[in-house]
Design a protein around this ligand. Sequence first.
Ligand code: DCP
Ligand code: CA
Ligand code: CA
Length: 847
Amino acid sequence: MSSTKNSKDNTTAATTTPGRYSYFYNKKIKQAEQDIQFRKQYETIGKQTSQLLKGLTIYVNGHTIPGRLQIHDMVVLNGGRFLHHLSSKGSATHIIASSLPPKKRIEFKNYKVINPQWLVDCIKQQKIVPWQEYSILKSNIEQPSILKTSSVVTTPGNKTGPPDCNDPNFLVDYFKHSRLHHLSEWKASLRQKFVESYRDIQPLTHSDSSYTILHIDFDCFFATVAYLFRDKRKTPTLDFDKDPIAVCHGVKNSDIASCNYAARKFGLKNGMWVGTAEKMLPNDIKLTTLPYDFEHIEKGSKVFYSVLQGIEQFYCVLPVSIDEAICVMAKDAMENKQTLLQLCNALRQRIKHETSGCVVSVGVSDSLVLARLALRTAKPNGVFLFDNNSESQDSTDVNQFWSSFKLDDLPGVGRSTLKKIRDKYPKVKTLHDLRQSCQNVASLQSVLGNKLGEKVCLALRGKDDDESARIIYDPINVFQRKSISIDINWGIRFKDMVEIDRFLDVCSDYLVNQKLAEYNKLTSSITLKLMQRCVDAPIDPPKYMGMGRCDPFTTSSRLGVPTNDDGIIATELKHMFRTLPVPPVELRGVSIQFNRLVDANDAVDPNAKVGLSLLFQSGHASSTAITTTTPPTRSIESPHDRGESTDPHRRYKRLKRSPVKERQDQLESNQRQAYQQQFFQELPTQIRKDVQHELEITRKVKGSKLQRMKEKLQKRENAIQNMNSHFMNNDSIFVPIKFQKETNFEKICSMVNDWVRETIKEKGPHERDLQFFKKYLNKLCDSDRVHLVLRLADMVSVTLNLMSHKYGDREGFLEWEMILLKFIVPLMNRNRHTFQTERKLDIEYDI
Ligand code: DCP
Ligand code: CA
Ligand code: CA
C-alpha cells in the first residue's frame, strides 16, 4: 500500500502548502522515490524491468501514440526518469511529441524532440538508438540537448567566476558595481542634503513668477572621468577629442553608461549595447572601453556642487543628479547678458580646473524648459543663452533655435507621445514645425489629452507647467524622500525557497539597518516586485547573468503602522513572496520598495524598535495589514478563458438566475468583501495571516462543487439508507456503494466530472473531498467493481485531455494528473486479477 501512502503525501503537500513552487519542489524531490515505487509495483505484477534508459529524463508533450501513460510506464520500467511537468528547461534530456505547434518549436528548439517511435525502438532493440532520425525538429539536429550556458565569466566587478547570489556579500558587491544603484543613491543623498539645508529658507514665491534659470550639466561625465583618471600605461596615446571612448563593464553584452562626443559623431549613445556600438563604427576605427571610476565621479560631483553653492547670485542650486543642477537667479540677471555669460564661463573654468579637466555646459533662459533646451544647444563645452522675452531677439534666431530640435527633445515627449503627434501631423519634424502646426491648446489637447496637451503647448511657448515648476516653488516637497528601494536585476539565480528566504533576510537587513537608519525613517508599506523568466525566454539571457525577458509580478503590503523592525519586515517579505506564483528557479530580479515613510522622530517611541507587536499589546485598533496582489496580465482570466460565455443572456441561462438576482448577489458580495476587508484592517500581521489561511481553507471547502452537491443530495439520504437494508452483506456485488450520499453510478460519474472540471481550473480538489473519493474507489475495487474504477479513470483522463490546452499549467490540472497516475492507475493494476479482461487495462490514457 506504499504507493497509496505516497500518493496521499504528495497530494497533501500540494494542497496545503501555498504556491506552485512548493508543489514542484515536493514533486521533484519525491520523483525518484516514486519511480522506484512504481518499478516495484510493476515487478510485483510480473513485468520485466531494465536499466536501459538510466540517466535519461523524458517529458511528453501533448497527444502521442502510444499515450503518455504508456510512455510513463516504459520509461520507469526501463530505468529512466519521467518528467510530469517541464518546470525548467534543461531538466529533460528528451521531449517526446508527435507534433509541435510553432510556438513550442521555438521554445524547444534546443532540445532533442523526438517522436514516440524512438522510445518504442529503443526498447525493442534494447539499446539507445540514435535520436536524430526521430527528431521532429529537423533543424535542431546539430544542437546540444540542453541550452548552452554562457561561456563569459566576467562579472561587473571584473572578478572571475559566476556571481553567487547566496553569498552574504552579494548585495553589497552588487551595489558596489551597479551604476544605476550609484546614480539613484547619489541623487537621493543630494536631495536629502538639499532638504536638510533649505528647510528653513524662505521658498521662492509663485507670484513673482519669473527667474533666470541656468541648467548646468557635465559633458559625457563618466567617460570624461574615466579618460582623465585612466591607467595611462594601457592607453598612452588615447585622444579624447578624436578617439571614440565608452565606459562600460567591458563585455559585449553590457550597456554603455557614457560615451564621448567623438563616439557620438558615429551615432553612439549612452545606454547602447557595446556590441551594437562597435558595429556602428567604421572598420578602421576601434571603440576604446574604459572601466567605471565611481570614486572620481563622486569627487568631481562634490567639486561641481561646492562651486555652484558658492555663487552668491544663485537663489538656490537644485540638484537634478550627480552631474546636473538647476540654478535659479533673479529675473533681471538677463538684462545684462554679458555679465551673465561671464559668470557662466567663470564657473565652467573653475569646475574644469578643480576637477582636473571635467567640462560642464550651461543653458540659460527664463524658464526650466527653455534652459534645458538651451543646454542641448550649448553642448558640448559651451554656454547658450536664449532670451524668450527680449524684443531685440531676432525672429530668424528664434526660428533657428526651435528648428534645431527634434520633437522628442522636448521634455515630456516620450515614445508614445511622439507617435501620437506623428500620426496626426506626419509632416512635422522639428519643434519649429510643431509650433507652426499647433497654434492653440485645443489642437494639441485633441491629440494628447488635456493635461499633456496643455504641458506641450506651454513648453512650445517657452513656459513651464505648474507640475514642472514645483521644483522651484516647492522644492522641499519635490525632493522629500518618499520611498526607499533596492532593485537587483543581475545575478539572481536561486535554487529553492530556503535560499530565497536567506536572501530576503539580507535585503531587509540592508534596507532597515542601513537605509531606514541612514534617513531616520520608518515604513508602513512594502512593495515587492519579482521578475520571472518568460516561458519562452532562454535560461541564459544575452546579457551575462542578466534578467533577460521577464514577466513582472507585484504585491504590496500595508503594515498599517510604521515600523523599522527588520524581523517584522523580513517576515512580511517572505510572506509576500509566497503569495506570488514565482518558482525560485525562474526568479531573475527582485525589487523591494518601502513607501509611506515617516520620520522616526515622529513615531510613538523613537528609541524603541517600532513594531506591530507594540501596538498589538496595547490593543491598538488601527493596525492594518492588507496585502494586495497585482497579478500580471497573463494571469488575469477573461470569461473566455474560464470557458464562460460573454453573452449575458447565455450566462444567466446557464446559471439559472435572473439578472436582477445576480445584481443583488453582486451587491451582497461586495458588501461582504468590504466588511471582510475592514475586519482585516483591524488585525495585526501575524493574526491576519492565520485568519487569512483559515478563511482560504473555509472558502475552498465551501466553494467546492462537491460540498454543494452534498447538500443537494442530503434529501435522498433516508431513502437510500432504507434501500441498503434490503441487501444481505457488505461484500455482495449488489451492495450499492455510496459516494457523497449517491449510489447511482451514472450520477456519481457526472458529479465527479463536474468536480474535476471545476477544480482543474484552480488549486485542485480539496484534500477531504479527495479522501472520500479514494475511499469510494477502494470500496469499488474491494467489491469486484474495478470496471467502474476504469470508467472513472477513463473519464478523468478524457477530461484532462480536453482541458490540457487551456489549463495544462494550473496547479489543479497537475494535481489531477498526479491523482490519476499515482493513485487510480496503480489501484487498477493492483486489482488486475479481479478484472475479467486484463487487456482492457492496457487502455491508453490520453492525458
Ligand atoms: N548614465 C548611465 N546610463 C545611462 C545614462 C547615463 O549610467 N543610460 C550615467 C553616465 C553618465 C551620467 O549618468 O555619464 C550622466 O548622464 P548624462 O545623461 O548627463 O550623460 P553624459 O554626462 O554621459 O553625457 P551628456 O554630455 O549628454 O550629458
Ligand atoms: Ca551630463
Ligand atoms: Ca546629466
